[in-house]
Design a protein around this ligand. Structure first.
Ligand SMILES: Cc1cc2nc3c(=O)[nH]c(=O)nc-3n(C[C@H](O)[C@H](O)[C@H](O)COP(=O)(O)O)c2cc1C
Ligand SMILES: [Mn+2]
Length: 500
């Protein structure tokens, strides 16, 4: 396994120990209220004041959230460094390289090729989730009337929020037709001790399971289990934009280089990570919808109220001393920027596999992921930039991208200043902007309808004669080497170096 030892964190608390050792976590011993106060403290500590947000404040462990005996962990993944620690790599590109290694496995031709591939396939097989009989998440089991979500320090994040929200859940469902598992991170508004909202947006896999179950008229319910807090990679697996029916837990096993241990639920036929801190078991009634929201969202605005399914909790299993993992979204950049950034780095090779002309992509924090993607391509035929826009709009969750800017390969998309400068210089707006209609992000409050609206592509590549551009395209200004060398030689004599 890449010659590395298997040292996957077993659970969230092992990650906390590591973060503390690395100086990446601070404990808050004073009592702080999960109603708004924790948000304000976390914002002051964690928000970056500069851009690009490379390294910001530490993870915070609130030991005494007001009104609860359960400590609360937040901003756990809020820096590139902590993301690297979570994946146990020196840089996120190392994760991408491992994925690329697997994608590059070509279909074997002869017997020898097949044999050569076996170790890789065996390695892949060794990452499949492992069913275990029990686990730490079963230390305490409460059923029925003994269930009380209000014992947990669930945040009310922002003043106009409709209530308290569980913000870092792993929501487990099964496709009612194929039986395949899905895990998604969908926020859950707490209505009372045993009921929450289930905010799976319409294009997400959980929502699809719900619709399939409804269509087949099963007994009026779909089983749902929710895990809160597990080893860091498993926690992050809920946000991975992978195809439907590809198991997020398998992917998590691959990323952490060790299978995720799964244990059967007490009251429903689902499995959850055995090392989770807290597990909520229950069901979503197929005929029930309830008003959810408003919620201060990662757009930096409140998501409006909407009708969403309702999750009924029938059983809670947890550790004796659970940690409650949560996060806050709000005006960018927040912790979720680093989650999205990790996803961007890790999935770039997957995109390049299908579209090798893609040199790099960037999703700046202010674009909230779905509002803006900048793509650099090695352009090789007329209309190439438009082909890539359409490719982006046909990919998994990237289909929701409101604005796609396509630039030439020599533009550094990680440098927003350079992108702005060169994009604005490269366009004749009427000619180079393209609009399409299609699915848009549920959180897009400006779209003409929820989930449906227009998207814009900007072709900011150099225009070619074969694209009907009949003027010369100017060169970018740079100094020639001869002059640079001459001035290098003169430099000391000029006495222009700044002191101190
Ligand atoms: C902090 C955070 C909160 C999120 N909240 C929601 C949510 O409430 N509803 C939703 O549909 N997606 C939400 N997402 C995005 C999904 O987790 C993401 O799209 C994921 O890939 C969905 O899984 P799926 O593709 O299996 O449906 C959130 C992501 C993050 C990082
Ligand atoms: Mn999925």
């Amino acid at each position: 396994m890449d010659g590395e030892a298997c040292v996957g964190y077993r659970d969230l608390r092992e990650f906390v120990v590591r973060l503390e050792k690395e100086g990446e976590l601070k404990r808050v011993r004073a009592e702080v209220d999960p109603i708004l106060e924790i948000t304000e403290v976390a914002q002051r500590v964690a928000r970056s004041k500069t851009r690009p947000a490379q390294s910001v404040g530490p993870a915070l462990l609130f030991e005494k959230p007001k009104g609860s005996k359960v400590p609360l962990l937040i901003n756990t993944f809020g820096s590139v460094r902590r993301m690297e620690l979570a994946f146990e790599v020196d840089k996120l590109e190392d994760v991408a390289a491992r994925i690329q290694g697997f994608l590059k496995m070509e279909t074997p031709q002869g017997l020898f090729d097949k044999i050569k591939m076996l170790p890789k396939l065996a390695e892949l097989g060794s990452f499949f989730p492992k069913s275990v009989k029990s686990g730490a998440c079963k230390e305490v089991i409460r059923k029925g009337a003994a269930v009380n979500l209000l014992e947990f320090p669930i945040l009310k994040c922002w003043p106009q929020d409709g209530g308290r929200f569980i913000t870092f859940p792993l929501v487990f469902t099964k496709n009612p037709e194929t039986g395949k598992r899905n895990v998604g991170m969908y926020r859950m508004q707490v209505y009372d001790e045993r009921t929450t909202g289930m905010h799976w947006q319409t294009q997400k896999h959980g929502a699809e399971h719900f619709r399939r179950a409804r269509a087949s008229g099963r007994d009026g319910r779909i089983d749902v289990a929710v895990a809160i807090g597990a080893d860091p990679v498993t926690c992050l697996a809920g946000i991975l934009p992978i195809p439907p029916d590809l198991d997020e837990m398998m992917f998590a096993g691959f990323l952490r280089r060790e299978p995720v241990e799964m244990v059967a639920c007490e009251t429903c036929p689902l499995e959850v990570p055995a090392q989770a801190e807290i597990v909520l078991e229950g069901y979503v009634d197929l005929s029930e919808l309830r008003v959810e929201g408003p919620f201060g969202d990662h757009t930096g605005f409140y998501s409006l109220e909407g009708e969403y399914p309702v999750f009924h909790v029938t059983c809670v299993t947890q550790r004796r001393d659970p940690l409650y993992l949560t996060t806050i979204v709000g005006p960018p950049p927040q912790e979720d920027f680093f989650m999205g950034h990790a996803v961007e780095r890790i999935f770039l090779p997957v995109m390049q596999m299908q579209y090798p002309e893609i040199v790099d992509i960037a999703m700046p924090a202010e674009g909230i992921f779905h509002n803006l993607m900048i793509v650099a391509i090695r352009k090789s035929y007329p209309g190439h930039a438009r082909k890539i826009m359409n490719a982006i709009w046909s990919l998994g969750q990237a289909m929701l991208t409101k604005v796609v800017i396509v630039v030439d390969h020599d533009v550094n998309v990680q440098n927003w200043h350079e992108v702005t400068w060169k994009t604005l210089c490269a366009i004749d707006p009427e000619r180079d902007v393209q609009f399409v209609l299609g699915p848009v992000d549920t959180l897009d409050h400006a779209a003409r309808r929820q989930d449906f609206g227009s998207k814009m592509g900007i072709d900011a590549t150099r225009k070619w004669a074969s694209e009907g551009f009949d003027r010369p395209w100017p060169d970018e200004i740079t100094m020639n080497e001869v002059t640079k060398q001459r001035v290098n030689g003169l430099w000391r004599e000029l006495g222009l170096d700044r002191k101190g």
